[in-house]
Design a protein around this ligand. Structure first.
Ligand SMILES: Cc1cc2nc3c(=O)[nH]c(=O)nc-3n(C[C@H](O)[C@H](O)[C@H](O)COP(=O)(O)OP(=O)(O)OC[C@H]3O[C@@H](n4cnc5c(N)ncnc54)[C@H](O)[C@@H]3O)c2cc1C
Length: 394
């Protein structure tokens, strides 16, 4: 960790209490039944997302001059953590918070003036982020989707996978190759970022197909077949897109890590309540160390992860290099929430598998955090190479 990291101040405890209370009040209207019904219909939580948007929570990071709240990253993290701690699912709407950062940091003044106020008001949803491709996966610079300039527009051809919420978003942030890899000095050159109007292109070179998954995530496969994107929708400079996307990754990792912390808090609270009530062999099961210790261990891991998340958010806010802290946060939080999820399953015993308790739903939902938006292996490779100075393994 850098020298500068020694000079940050962290807020401990229940920071942003007024935000936590307001988010909890909204979440109370969306109990487990709501999420279970959506899952049965593979539906999107439109009402929930609308209410969060109307209350201004999803535009927390948009500067006030563009109609947002202009809050620090930590406040956005608190919003997402709180959503998940109540049993709701922030991953259905979290993308706007970090995708918007690419537009804010690298978009032109005209692009910001055109889009940010509409995103802040909820008139436009920016929820889809199209990077991953089926044949190249984590090896992002090899992605095959091409955008070729023709006059005042680009023509896009290729395919994406796991583009979540694309059917429930108006805009998509797309990473495509504008210069063939063999003509680039560096493999990270020649990639560009575009803002795509989804409804305007559907059926005109853009096809989006739902992809069913082990939990309700509304993710999709996206096919581009000669889709036209106006040149004015290029974000920043052509060929610099990989850098712009990487720029947003630390915020994304910190925010997703706080969702894991929220999930962990949900599991521990539910499991502790259940362990204090469920009587077997004439004693509450929570008296048994076999039940108590896994919960205590998960709680301790979660507290440690939470500290790291707060540290990463504070460094991000001060513009300090925070790749190490963001990656470690994501690693620790995703593992701590999984530990809590497993402990909750054991605590609930057979009833963990009954859908009405929401334990199995959240258990399925929280597992993704060890795989996406970045898998644990890639984080360990980052720490090995960039922090410890070990040889690159791939
Ligand atoms: C539900 C869901 C939602 C998603 N949403 C989005 C989205 O909205 N937008 C988007 O662009 N993407 C999205 N993704 C994609 C996600 O970011 C990728 O799945 C993830 O980054 C892993 O890539 P992959 O699946 O292609 O795995 P691969 O790259 O095929 O890798 C498979 C496994 O091998 C490991 N591996 C590969 N190379 C190495 C190596 N050199 N060393 C060690 N281990 C290695 C990986 O870490 C991984 O565990 C989503 C995925 C899921 C499942």
């Amino acid at each position: 960790m850098s020298e500068e990291a020694n000079n940050i101040t962290l807020s401990l405890g229940q920071d942003y209490p007024e935000i936590r209370e307001a988010v909890i009040r909204i979440c109370e209207s969306y109990p487990g039944e709501y999420w279970r019904e959506l899952e049965e219909k593979c539906d999107y939580p439109t009402a929930f997302v609308r209410e969060l948007t109307a209350a201004g929570f999803l535009s927390a990071l948009i500067p006030q001059e563009y109609g947002g709240a202009g809050l620090p990253l930590r406040a956005a993290a608190v919003i997402l953590e709180t959503i998940n701690s109540t049993g709701c699912n922030a991953s259905q709407c979290h993308a706007q918070m970090y995708i918007m950062g690419t537009l804010l940091r690298h978009g032109s003044v005209a692009q910001k003036q055109k889009y940010l106020p509409l995103i802040a008001s909820g008139a436009l949803r920016l929820q889809a982020f199209a990077v991953t491709e089926p044949t190249t996966g984590s090896d992002t610079t090899k992605l095959k989707t091409r955008a070729v300039r023709q006059g005042d527009h680009y023509v896009v051809t290729g395919q994406k996978v796991w583009t979540s919420r694309a059917l429930y978003s108006d805009l998509m942030l797309l990473l495509a190759r504008t210069t063939p890899l063999d003509q680039c000095k560096k493999k990270t050159d020649g990639l560009s970022v575009f803002l795509v109007d989804i409804p305007g292109n559907l059926g005109k070179g853009l096809d989006i197909r739902p992809l069913k998954t082990m939990f309700n995530h509304n993710t999709t496969e996206v096919f581009f077949d000669g889709m036209k994107v106006p040149a004015e929708n290029l974000i920043g400079d052509e060929g610099q897109g990989f850098r712009y996307i990487m720029d947003g990754m630390n915020a994304e990792r910190i925010l997703v890590a706080t969702e894991s912390v929220g999930d962990g808090r949900f599991f521990i609270k539910k499991a502790v309540n259940y362990a204090n009530e469920r009587v077997v062999f004439d004693r509450t099961i929570g008296k048994n160390q076999g039940i108590q210790f896994p919960l205590a261990r998960a709680y301790a891991q979660l507290e440690a992860a939470d500290l790291m998340v707060r540290r990463a958010a504070a460094m991000f806010e001060l513009n300090q290099p925070c790749g190490e802290a963001a990656n470690i946060s994501k690693l620790l939080a995703s593992e701590a929430c999984w530990m809590a999820a497993e402990a909750a399953i054991q605590t609930f015993g057979g009833f963990a598998f009954a859908r009405e308790y929401d334990i199995e739903r959240k258990w399925r939902e929280t597992r993704i955090h060890q795989v996406a938006p970045i898998s644990t292996n890639m984080i360990l490779a980052y720490i090995g190479q960039h922090v410890l100075g070990l040889e690159r393994s791939y």
